[in-house]
Write a protein of this length. Structure first.
Lengths: 154, 778
């Protein structure tokens, strides 16, 4: 049994310890907001926060998440920066197909929480691990800039 | 929701005897002796001399168009208007845009509109095959009629209740009004009465100047909120009670099959339930599963681990020697000798042999994979004589037909629920992965099964974009004007995926920017060598326009440079004066399935996007060292797009893109911000394929398995400033000018504009994609 704290709630899962957090969330706990994209930490679709830091859940075994706080897209609205990011995403019409956007929002939120006023380069560096095949990058940058300019993260 | 204006119950006639794709494709097999054409939807059709009068546009598609409000609209007693979205949503916003059109004509309050996704049933909803950039093109008018007719029925119901002439009644924002008597009723209060009325055959559409939603920017998407909160359902997200999870080891070579396998080690993996051989079918692939060995498990991870433990020996079949390096030579050889002539005016060969400045160039674009961020995934429950699937499909009806065909069942026994698509780009037009899920659930005695393709599966077993070698020759006269144009376009055809032995580009593929060039050149000859396919070839966003536009627009820039002319001026001169050209005059008989009269190639509109993009980009402005501006224009899917890219090439060959200006004329604009976003996305996809996009084959198999090997554009490489400029139009044009496509037309001009910019910056001409480090100083 592995004990996981996900969005403030305890979950006991009976899975091999090397099972990635991604598949545990999606297939066992039933939270499908976190997406599969590559399985090799190359695309960022599966990004969640582990004790506040962005990680790729597709290569993170549940043994590494045990005893830590996992935050997923389903609960990021509870964070004021996360909420502001979501609202900026809607206001600027960022999503197209939307599939990668959970990961994008998790990465953007993590960036803004540590770097409230990121430079263009800091934005690109933080976001280049998240692939968007629809090509929403320029709007993602603008949305991050908008949140930063509003000073939500301070 | 309490009943009312009731569309929801299935009419008995859901299985109208329209020829399904399945029958259609089988029919093709029997007619392989006839000339083959590839329709705008890419499906192969047999050209039959005895065919009935030619239909165009939506009417020519399977299922045609439907404008019956009882099918698309329901209104609850609470006033909630529910509108059916029958086209698939993959990021283009169509699930919002088409219902918005209905709501505008209906005078509905958008805040009280709900959108429900249709399942697969073209006999009920009309065509649902969401590709070819044609959802709005074919359904703008039918959806206007749906909304206007429903509104008229509400007015008639009010007229009867108040006993006043209908002509005295108006509507405003979800209410029916009678000004004379100062009475009003909400739509919900009239819905039951309205639904009992005969559907009027004739209806007056709104004057476009009265549109409240169409052409405005404020409506976002019905899915945005769910997307940003993680509440959406894509194909990969389906969860059913008792469901099992499958991954499949597919033959690494197209047409290969399992020689032998040993499941023992896989079955030892915790969570693995069963190992099943999945039957494939010999090429042509059509929409059928490739076959292989499936591992069924209690979660996706266990299935993946189980698959790794399988021992399989493959019989690779006839394509086991496919090698992309060798095939490039095959294409070159084919493109360097005379081939089937598909357009000919004047005497190109004679003029090319005469005096003058002769220019020759060859361009190569490799296979590409779609790499939708959501890989193919589908869930099926095949039990008790019924099969129900949940899947991210662009072509719901073809999915239904394919699943029925593979099960050997009637179409009526298959239900296809369409989820959101995490990207489509043409990959999800092919429902092979859905049939896999249906067959595996059947093999598991009706236990629901979800099939997930890993990224490796997606990249190695795609319906790949074709590979292409484009050979061009021209002669400039003393004034630098091209006197002849020879273009041999050598690429395997998508038809090969449907008909064994189909070789070389077919008319619909040639009509994507190879034969339908409007240039003012006295001698034009286009040839299509008959080259074979050795893998599954399929539609990829903008399809054959990608290689054609790359070659044609690069070559024009090369000619301009040879003539020592400004590229923009030279291009405008080649396009010539504003005129409307019937595509048939350019030997284009397909015209994306649209009427040549309704949709001529309008050189005035082509000129206008070149002028707009170059003006906005400041064409001719002084640039810093290492910077260059590149231009290209393309006409595709009835829309005109020009791109100007500013590039910076560092000494080490690193390319960065400070700015892109794109101009689009897609005719009347329905949801402007979604048009802008589609053009932005098309630009990013174009840059991806130009800079790094390449799938190579060795010993018959695709060599790239994940994003470290198949690189796509990331944030750090995206243009710093990406601007989309739309050619403005008057509101009256909604009634007078036919719509153009939006999803695809932005892609074709990007690769040539980028390579033209690199040439401007460095003097280096790149003719082989991807660019990678070719811009490096040699």
């Amino acid at each position: 049994m592995t004990s996981l704290n996900i969005n403030g709630k305890q979950h006991e899962v009976d899975l091999p310890e090397d099972t990635p957090l991604l598949w545990t969330l999606r297939d066992h706990i039933g939270m499908t907001g976190t997406k599969f994209g590559c399985g090799m930490a190359l695309c960022g679709a599966c990004t969640v926060h582990l004790d506040g830091a962005p990680i790729r859940s597709c290569i993170t075994p549940i043994s590494a998440a045990a005893g830590k706080k996992v935050t997923t897209i389903e609960a990021i609205a509870d964070d004021k920066v996360g909420h502001a990011v979501q609202e900026a995403w809607i206001a600027l019409g960022v999503p197209q197909c939307g599939y990668c956007q959970a990961g994008q929002i998790m990465s953007a939120t993590a960036l803004l929480k540590t770097t409230p006023k990121p430079t263009d380069k800091e934005i690109d560096d933080a976001m280049s691990g998240n692939i968007c095949r629809c090509g929403t990058y320029t709007r993602i940058r603008a949305a991050i800039r908008q949140v930063a300019d509003k000073g939500v993260a301070k | 929701m309490s009943a009312a204006f009731d569309f929801a119950k299935d009419n008995a006639n859901t299985e109208v005897a329209s020829m399904s794709r399945r029958t259609w494709l089988k029919g093709v097999g029997a007619f392989t002796g006839l000339a083959l054409t590839v329709g705008v939807n890419g499906l192969v059709m047999a050209a039959n001399a005895a065919a009935p009068a030619k239909k165009y546009g939506g009417a020519s598609m399977p299922g045609g168009t439907v404008n019956d409000p009882l099918i698309f609209v329901s209104i609850g007693a609470d006033g909630i208007v529910t509108i059916i979205a029958h086209r698939s949503e993959m990021g283009q916003g169509i699930r919002t845009s088409l219902p918005l059109v209905v709501a505008d004509e209906l005078d509905a309050d958008w805040g009280r509109v709900r959108v429900v996704q249709a399942n697969a049933d073209e006999s009920r909803y009309g065509n649902q095959n969401t590709d070819g950039s044609r959802s709005m093109r074919h359904f703008f008018t039918p959806m206007r009629q749906v909304g206007a007719t429903a509104r008229l029925m509400l007015i008639s119901a009010a007229a009867a209740r108040w006993n006043v002439p209908a002509a005295e009644i108006t509507t405003k924002n979800h209410e029916v009004l009678h000004a004379k008597s100062n009475r009003k009723l909400g739509y919900g209060e009239l819905a039951v009465d309205a639904a009992k009325l005969q559907v009027p055959a004739q209806v007056q559409l709104k004057d476009p100047s009265q549109f409240r939603y169409i052409g405005k920017d404020a409506f976002g998407s019905v899915d945005f909120r769910n997307i940003v909160t993680g509440n959406t359902q894509y194909g990969i997200d389906t969860r059913l009670e008792g469901m099992l999870y499958a991954v499949v080891a597919r033959p690494p070579v197209y047409g290969g099959k399992v020689a032998s396998f040993d499941p023992a080690e896989a079955l030892k993996i915790p969570g693995v339930v069963k190992v099943i051989e999945l039957k494939g079918s010999p090429p042509p692939a059509k929409f059928n599963p490739l076959g292989g060995i499936a591992v069924i498990a209690r979660n996706t991870w266990a299935a993946i681990k189980g698959r790794e433990a399988l021992k399989i020996t493959w019989d690779n079949g006839p394509h086991g020697g496919y090698d992309s390096t060798a095939f490039k030579v095959t294409l070159q050889e084919a493109a360097r000798k005379p081939a089937k002539v598909v357009r000919n005016s004047g005497d190109t060969m004679a003029v090319l042999g005469q005096a003058g400045k002769r220019i020759e160039a060859e361009y190569y674009i490799p296979h590409l994979a779609h790499a939708t961020m959501e890989p193919p995934a589908a869930t099926a429950r095949t039990a008790n004589g019924k099969c129900e699937v949940w899947a991210c499909v662009q072509d719901p009806q073809a999915t239904r037909d394919t699943v029925a065909d593979r099960l050997g069942w009637k179409t009526a026994d298959v239900k296809v629920n369409v989820t959101l698509l995490g990207g489509g780009f043409g990959r999800k037009s092919k429902p092979d992965f859905v049939a896999e899920a249906a067959l595996l659930s059947q093999a598991m005695d009706g236990v629901p099964v979800k099939v997930t393709w890993t990224r490796e599966d997606d990249l190695r077993h795609d319906y790949f974009h074709t590979v292409s070698l484009e050979h061009l020759e021209s002669t400039l006269d003393a004034k630098g004007k091209p006197q002849a144009w020879l273009h041999r376009t050598a690429a395997p055809t998508i038809a090969s995926t449907f008909v064994a032995g189909a070789k070389g580009e077919q008319p619909g593929e040639l009509g994507m920017g190879a034969i339908n060039i409007p240039f003012v050149i006295p001698n034009i000859r286009i040839e299509a060598p008959e080259v074979e396919a050795h893998t599954r070839i399929g539609w990829f966003r903008s399809v054959y326009n990608i290689p054609h536009a790359f070659a044609v627009q690069s070559f024009v820039a090369e000619l301009a440079a040879a003539a020592k002319r400004d590229h923009r001026e030279f291009l405008l001169e080649l396009i010539g004066p504003a005129r409307q050209i019937n595509p048939q005059e350019m030997s284009d008989t397909t015209n994306y399935g649209e009427s040549p009269v309704l949709y001529p190639l309008d050189t005035g509109r082509m000129r206008a996007v070149v002028e707009l993009a170059t003006k906005e980009a400041g064409w001719g402005r002084k640039l810093l060292k290492g910077h260059g501006l590149g231009l290209a224009v393309a006409y595709s899917f009835m829309s005109y797009v020009a791109a100007v890219i500013e590039v910076v090439v560092a000494d080490d060959g690193t390319i960065s893109i400070p700015r892109v200006d794109m101009a689009i004329d897609c005719g009347p604009q329905i949801t402007p911000d979604r048009i802008r976003s589609q053009v932005e996305g098309a630009c990013i996809m174009g840059l991806s394929l130009a800079l790094t996009g390449e799938i190579t084959f060795k010993n018959g198999s695709a060599e790239q398995g994940n994003f470290h090997e198949y690189e796509v554009l990331r944030a750090f490489s995206a243009p710093r400033d990406l601007r989309v400029h739309m050619v403005p139009h008057k509101s009256s044009m909604y009634d007078t000018m036919p719509l153009g496509g939006v999803g695809e037309p932005g892609t074709p001009p990007i690769a040539p504009a980028l390579c033209n910019a690199i040439f401007a910056a460095t003097g280096k001409r790149i003719r082989n994609l991807p660019i990678r480090d070719q811009a490096k100083k040699s």
